[in-house]
Design a protein around this ligand. Structure first.
Ligand SMILES: Nc1ncnc2c1ncn2[C@@H]1O[C@H](COP(=O)(O)OP(=O)(O)O)[C@@H](O)[C@H]1O
Ligand SMILES: Nc1ccn([C@@H]2O[C@H](COP(=O)(O)OP(=O)(O)O)[C@@H](O)[C@H]2O)c(=O)n1
Length: 207
């Protein structure tokens, strides 16, 4: 019997991992989980309700994951802050492990999928791009919500988040030893999708 296909996408903010992960999930008809949303929800709920972030992580509902507020600048910053708290990571861990290891297989994107959640993934991609390119992409998204937001503010956010995510002790952002590196700095969306498809196909065939 063949093993379920688990495809892990990790990488820093706005590298394009979510875009690529959702396309690959559709290609292979696999369920997809954006794990960043869980941390965004925990940070948001902790802030709104004024409760401990680890308790907030236990009160996440499917409806909350659709809340537009999770897509904003503040939610990203709060997510990164609460994601450094071991009790928050512990509260969210088993759900992600179960999602990754369901019988159908799965695609997940985040920071620690290939290292902690599914070290046994069939294929792991570490998606990256320069901070300036990532800030440009994120600025274009966020300026629609906040026209006063500047590129420099977004670049500063990205640098702070990169440092915090890579520097934390628990499940830091790092490339798994067996992950394939995909630098999208010089790739448009279509070229990045083609590159990801080719890397995934090389590792797991057409399945
Ligand atoms: N290769 C690319 N070139 C240009 N824009 C991209 C590329 N990949 C993604 N984007 C855009 O950048 C933004 C962030 O992409 P996303 O996939 O959400 O990143 P991440 O999940 O890594 O935070 C989105 O608006 C997306 O459409
Ligand atoms: N598997 C994950 C996913 C996200 N995170 C944290 O959650 C924050 C928000 O993640 P995200 O994937 O929504 O952020 P973007 O990459 O979309 O900006 C990150 O900066 C990390 O601190 C994490 O620690 N582990």
């Amino acid at each position: 019997m063949t093993q379920p296909l688990i495809i892990a996408f990790d990488g820093p903010a706005a590298s394009g991992k979510g875009t690529l992960a959702s396309v690959i999930a559709a290609d292979y008809s696999l369920p997809f989980l954006d794990t960043g949303l869980l941390y965004r929800a925990a940070g948001h709920l902790a802030h709104v309700l004024g409760i401990d972030p680890a308790q907030a992580a236990q009160r996440i509902t499917p409806e909350l994951l659709n809340d537009e507020a999770l897509r904003g600048r503040e939610a990203g910053e709060r997510a990164s802050q609460v994601a450094a708290i071991p009790a928050v990571r512990a509260a969210l861990k088993q759900f992600q492990i179960d999602f990754a290891h369901q019988p159908s297989g799965a695609v997940l994107d985040g920071r620690d999928i290939g290292t902690v959640i599914a070290p046994d993934a069939t294929v792991k991609l570490f998606v990256t791009a320069t901070p300036e390119i990532r800030a440009e992409r994120r600025w274009k998204q966020l300026v629609k919500l906040n026209p006063a937001l500047t590129f420099d503010e977004v670049l500063s956010d990205i640098r702070i988040r990169d440092a915090r995510d890579s520097g934390r002790a628990d499940a830091p952002l790092e490339k798994a030893g067996d992950a394939l590196l995909l630098d999208t700095s010089d790739l448009g969306i279509e070229a990045a999708i083609a590159a990801a498809r080719s890397l995934v196909k090389d590792r797991c065939g057409d399945n």
